[in-house]
Design a protein around this ligand. Structure first.
Ligand code: SAH
Length: 254
């Protein structure tokens, strides 16, 4: 039996949803894929860029509804690539920002599969661009902190809350839709002012994008009543206050 010709894998950052935010390199990779593995945050219009002959495999995961275990996804990418396919693993945002891309990369390396990584626009950058909130700003925010609100045990991770509060930068909280009350509680207990501006953005960059402005003290309750069910990112910090006019309008509209 002859061995399969060697395949390869590409971990592709598909950005926050809007196909216009794909990189050219991502588009080329998608077009040349034999097999596409995609998750629940990938817009169908992005899948339409692939050849009609490409096999599309939905490995979609949304919080609480695991379609496929991460370990099974890792094995699947490796298996397809070892059979000679160009496997494109499409991941929302950037593959290396809370995307578990590192675990997929490890599996591919161990199996000796050639792998390329293509960066994508991460949700924090997409939300900031959409709301016209600079994530860093001279004198206002000199650092930017990407944190997850969702630990591997389902609770809030034990971040260095005091360090975050003291840094005075912008906090971009991923996967914090449900845990925002605890995130806010920890930051307030660490001394971050109650009036610190904060905004929750659901479906950033998509036609159904929604925003909810508030403060560190009141955003958790506002968000709980807002019924956001799509992917939601929370930005916390003085830069959010730079969008003051928008804040006033959103509050009026709420
Ligand atoms: N790798 C992704 C993040 C995956 S973790 C990236 O770089 O963006 C999933 C979390 O990302 C969601 O819970 C949400 O917090 C955030 N997210 C992803 N897409 C989003 C979008 N379009 N709008 C708002 N938040 C988004």
């Amino acid at each position: 039996m002859s061995a399969c010709p060697p395949g390869k894998a590409t971990l592709v950052g598909a950005g926050p949803g809007d196909p216009d935010l794909l990189t050219l390199r991502a588009v080329k990779a998608i077009q040349s894929a034999d097999v596409l593995l995609f998750d629940a945050l990938i817009d169908p219009a992005i899948l339409d860029l692939a050849s009609p002959h490409a096999r599309r495999i939905d490995v979609g995961k949304r919080c609480g509804r695991h379609a496929m275990q991460q370990s099974a996804i890792n094995r699947l990418i490796v298996r397809e690539a070892l059979c000679g396919a160009h496997v494109v693993r499409l991941k929302g945002g950037d593959p290396f920002v809370f995307g578990r891309g590192g675990e997929e990369l490890d599996s591919l390396r161990i199996a000796g599969v050639p792998v390329e990584v293509i960066p994508g626009v991460t949700a924090a950058c997409a939300a900031a661009a959409s709301l016209q909130i600079p994530l860093t700003h001279r004198d206002t925010a000199r650092s930017l902190h990407f944190v997850t609100g969702h630990g591997s045990d389902g609770g809030v991770p034990a971040h260095d809350w005091a360090g975050l509060a003291k840094a005075g930068g912008t906090i971009a909280a991923y996967m914090a839709g449900r845990t925002l009350p605890l995130v806010a509680q920890n930051l307030l207990a660490a001394g971050m002012p109650q009036a610190t501006p904060a905004v929750a953005v659901e479906n950033a960059s998509r036609a159904n994008e929604r925003r909810l402005f508030g403060t560190l003290a009141d955003l958790p309750a506002l968000l709980a009543g807002a019924g956001f069910t799509g992917p939601t990112l929370v930005l916390i910090g003085a830069v959010v206050g730079l969008a003051e006019e928008a804040t006033a309008l959103e509050r009026l509209a709420a």
